[in-house]
Design a protein around this ligand. Structure first.
Ligand SMILES: [Zn+2]
Length: 201
């Protein structure tokens, strides 16, 4: 353990503070030195990733049109509104089916967030868009949104896996391609957190 800083934890038995040194951390446990206690506290190292790494990413994933895979739509961090309107983050074509288009002007929202524990981007799908005038209300699509052929409920905010199929209005399909953060980059943004004594023993 290089660069280990002496730290304090709370004893799981007597609730008093115990000083943890590098040797204790390497052993993975520490015996409480307080009089009349002597409990063994397990030292679990824990870490997360600094979300500032998001600023250095070259991309945030993309949607690939299934009918014409040369049509690729890059995603941005945060909300991506998908629809036919030119104000959408992802403006798709007005795909016609028997003279009808099933995609709404502002059809659904795919939100890209960063999970600091997993060190991965998350993709959350919801039908419709938030009304900018009234943030509590949503405007839903006319024909619904499906994930892997299953309709999502209006109130559902659902995780979309890599390679999953998003269907707009039951007709037009897009495959989500996640952006996978390279491990060397994750390593350089790793933050070691303080020890958590294991309360189960
Ligand atoms: Zn103790």
């Amino acid at each position: 353990m290089t660069g280990f800083k002496t730290t304090l934890i709370t004893c799981h038995q007597c609730a008093r503070r115990i000083m943890v040194r590098a040797a204790d951390a390497e052993r993975g446990s520490i015996v409480c030195s307080h009089l009349g206690c002597g409990a063994i506290n397990t030292l679990q190292t824990t870490f997360q990733y600094d979300e500032r790494l998001v600023q250095g990413l070259p991309g945030f994933g993309k949607l690939v049109c299934q009918r014409d895979p040369t049509q690729v739509y890059p995603l941005q961090f945060g909300d991506n509104v998908i629809g036919t309107a030119n104000t959408c983050t992802v403006q798709v074509e007005r795909f016609m089916h028997g003279g009808q288009c099933f995609v709404s002007r502002r059809h659904c929202t795919l939100t890209v967030t960063f999970d600091p524990w997993a060190g991965q981007l998350r993709y959350l799908l919801q039908d419709g868009v938030a009304d900018p005038q009234q943030p509590d209300t949503r405007q839903y699509s006319l024909n619904g949104t499906q994930l892997n052929q299953v309709s999502i409920r209006k109130t559902e905010l659902i995780d979309v896996a890599d390679q999953a199929l998003i269907t707009l209005g039951g007709a037009d399909q897009f495959r989500l391609i996640h952006f996978s953060i390279p491990q060397p980059m994750l390593d350089s943004y790793r933050i070691e957190l303080a020890f958590n004594p294991d309360r189960t023993q």
